[in-house]
Design a protein around this ligand. Sequence first.
Ligand code: SF4
Length: 420
Amino acid sequence: MQELINIIENSSENSSENSRRPSEANEFAPHGASHDSVTASGARAFGVDVETFANWRWQMKHQVASRADAERILTLAGAESDGFEALQDIFQSGITPYYLMLMLPRPGSPDLPPHLHPIRLQGLPRTEELKDPLGVGDPLDEVGHSPVREVVHVYPDRVAFCVAQLCPVYCRYCFRKRRDEETGLHFNRAIIDRGIEYIASNPAIKDVLVTGGDPFIASDSALENLVARLRAIPHVEIIRFGTRTPVTLPYRVTRELAQRLAKYHPIFVNTHFNCVDELTPEARQAVANLVDAGIPVGNQSVLLRHVNDKPESMMQLLRGLLRARIRPYYLFHPHRVAGTEHLRVSIRTGINLMKKLRGNITGLAIPTYILDTPSGKVPLTPNHILREDGDDLIIEDCRGEIWREKGVVPEPLTEMTLDT
Ligand code: SF4
């Protein structure tokens, strides 16, 4: 906790940033005007004014990390009750007050039991995490693919640069849980210097994904400084951020931050919504701040049991993403990370889900279903080709009907053989 407070307090070198603490007024405070909004109900539940509740630093300093703190707001049930204590030495817990409020029944949403609640399952530690015979610590062997500390280099032209360690919410299925075992990785000066040096000395690297942890958990100045250093490397063409703050801490994604990053275009953001209930007005405001600054926002979901593994829930999410101007990009098959057996689903479930999407939702909304492996991403696609029949192809269309596409099996005539 002390490390967190130091980072939040000291990472701002900019005096205008400092002058707005601790009750930084921003464009999210007006969301408190609606009595039912997360901001208004959260401010009431936590006994603060809406400006304070809408302040991202206040949210980080008041992360809910114990059973006692969670029970001030929620009634914990079954496997949740013992989760905080049982997991404390295995994978830390921490939930922003904002995200915790999404675990309460919301107007217009069904009141689901905890073991079927898509947000509780993602954020609250559960004792099932202790039982997972197949789970491993580093399912993508990222350590083995890191030529220097925290730079994961799998593909020749791009790297993942893990500058951050802290997160607004410690997602229970995170595939980088292993980084929790050590402290001091968050915006560590030596790690950043070495990473920049590695990227600068490898001209093949065109694309840098800044990730973590959550890299938006730093001051605007620290982020701008990092981006400016990357942009100064001539061969780096695009800079991407992987951040879950629009979902778990939307107040962090201010217009000012977006505009500061936009000075270094092309900048892209990939975020990580997993269910439609996460697309609150506050979350949509965070995304709008980025998109209005010309920063394209894509979404990477993880396919999770009882969170988004049903076609209806996935389609609601995908439609909601497009309405919020977010492009669905990847749907990851769940990584075989330790402590997640209760959240994993089979590949068959994923393929069947993808099959249901095609034909029932616009192609713009359909993400690529991905199996992530240590040597790279493998797209998993429903097979619509049944067989070849002479020169014809027999396929199953998206409604399950059989179609014969004539004359497509042989190579088409080349220009040389066409009649003139
Ligand atoms: S925000 Fe990302 S890095 Fe942080 S715990 Fe969640 S999945 Fe892991």
